[in-house]
Design a protein around this ligand. Structure first.
Ligand SMILES: [Mg+2]
Length: 252
């Protein structure tokens, strides 16, 4: 009886090994990992609103009111209209059309190592899985407009903080080798806690000069990315500043 149970366990283990076999996957975060979100959002998008006469103060105030329920250009423009920072609904509509046109191609906001890294990983038969936190429609716009959709086997969005660990639980059994790259230590901690064999890379895209210096002009340039540097890691992660530091070879 015991032998039969053991054999069944062995068969199951063998089956899992065969199914997951040599499958390798990389879980990638989007904002501040692949995409220079601060330069897009806090520098260039904000500057486009400024050209329409919207003050920094009104822009930030309206942003603060709408982001908790999911960001979109439309809701941001509506909030600015309610604040009196945009004269009429027709002006808001014209702004919306112009902004959509101006920011339809977001490829210039990818960090310079991204496309080369994704191609190299695909060539080495890694499945690439995008796990992205934020409003699904807004995240989807950024991912598509940055031209990254074709690189990924799966693209998953979660509007919930810490939602990535739940997604990983579903994905992990299919992979013999799994790595994750993220700029948020809290997400890496949660994922590593649920799947200890996950190889985690904490990537920092913030330039050292911006962290050390007190230059106010750099405040928006690394506005959100710099906040993640203040979050402590509970678990150890490999630290890197570039995707070129992420190993694509088999673990020893
Ligand atoms: Mg991120």
């Amino acid at each position: 009886m015991v032998t039969r149970v053991n054999r069944r366990d062995n068969d199951t283990a063998q089956m899992v090994r065969t199914e997951s076999g040599s499958r390798r996957g990389i879980l990638l975060d989007f904002d501040h990992t692949l995409f220079d979100t601060d330069r897009f959002f806090w520098v260039d998008l904000k500057a486009a609103f400024t050209r329409f006469g919207v003050s920094d103060d009104a822009w930030e105030k309206s942003y603060e009111t709408i982001w908790p329920s999911g960001y979109s250009l439309r809701t941001h423009l509506e909030a600015l209209f309610r604040l009196g920072a945009i004269a009429s609904v027709s002006v808001a509509s014209a702004m919306h059309a112009t902004l959509e046109r101006s920011f339809s191609d977001l490829r210039p906001y990818l960090f310079p190592d991204v496309v080369e890294f994704l191609n190299a990983a695909r060539q080495q038969d890694f499945d690439l899985i995008l796990l992205s936190f934020g409003d699904p429609a807004w995240q989807s716009y950024k991912v598509q407009a940055s031209g990254l959709t074709p690189y990924f086997t799966q693209i998953m969005y979660t509007p919930h903080e810490q939602g990535k660990a739940g997604m990983l639980d579903m994905l992990a059994p299919a992979y013999a080798d799994l790595r994750a790259i993220d700029n948020n230590p809290a997400d890496l901690d949660a994922m590593k806690a649920s799947t200890p064999r996950l190889q985690t890379y904490l990537i920092c895209r913030v330039e050292s000069s911006a962290v050390e210096g007190a230059d106010p002009s750099l405040r928006d340039r690394f506005r959100e990315a710099a906040r993640y540097l203040t979050i402590p890691s509970r678990l150890p992660h490999r630290q890197c500043r570039s995707l070129n530091e992420v190993s694509l070879s088999w673990p020893n």
